[in-house]
Design a protein around this ligand. Sequence first.
Ligand SMILES: *Cc1c(COP(=O)(O)O)cnc(C)c1O
Length: 327
Amino acid sequence: MASNELPFGPLPSVAGAISGGIEHLGLYADHGAAALRADIAAFVGLDADQVTVGAGSAGILQQLLLSYVGVGDKVAMCWPSFEAYPLFTALVEAEEIRVPLLDETFDLPSLAAAIDADTKLAFVTNPNNPTGTVVGTDEIIGFLGSVPPTCLVVLDEAYSEFVTDERVTDSTLLLPDHPNLVITRTFSKAHGLAGLRVGYALGHPEVIGMIDRTLVPFAVNELAQRAARASIDAASEMRARVAAVVAERTRVTGALRDGGWNIPEPQGNFVWLPVTADAAALGNDLERRGVVTRAFAGVGVRVTIASRDWNDRFLAALAEVRPKPTC
Ligand SMILES: *Cc1c(COP(=O)(O)O)cnc(C)c1O
């Protein structure tokens, strides 16, 4: 329960598309993944030139840093957030600007205040990983209004399919007014294809072109392209699985709160225990009971919503190792 994967294998139709692709593996895939881009564009209601794909959305995030940020530029983010951001920022030898979360949530006014003319890129993670919290789309609109157009705003929506908070609405509608906005999403989480490495970005055609400049040749392989297309075709089944995960999230959240745990409202496929100083010890204690979670030392423990059995196993282990809540 450490990496926010779905507790299911690929959907039957997606598994079939993967098997059917095996005979094509002697050939290079379509580097531009034109058919997949067209499918994604239709799926989200944009034009194909507003869409690109990469080796997971983490691959796209790395491409964004390589394409937009140079040595000594600044990259802004709230923290704690996705662990890959500092790695990619360091890769391009940029300066990292970290703004603390407020109530476990992205603090967009403070993030905007930290952005200056040297800030080439800012991350907004919605829902945030590891805390699972969201900011409303209105707040994002306000943020975009106060960020200089020279700063690319990367809205990381790796978990958008799991969001039930009605303050969050379709972010693609912000693209026409904000050419410096790019949205990243993935087939790894809700679509359950983490092992295949396919993510996508939505943005202005110029931004899409900039991302494509740093795509490793044929990075999105033939099986990944086929599986992603099949998963879009099976979107209603995907949504049914997401609904099952959300129902489990509600159940686990209720059980934790009934047990006295004070946790922020989860909007991804995971819950966050902000136990601060107890994080590393709690992670170890759970692991000794056979429950592997992701502990962020000094900050908290992130636990993926898994099958009902596994979620119960986590709740039982937690009650055993911490009869009294530590947050
Ligand atoms: C999981 C995750 C990603 C990347 O996942 P990929 O498998 O590379 O698509 C990106 N951002 C956040 C916040 C994530 O949690």
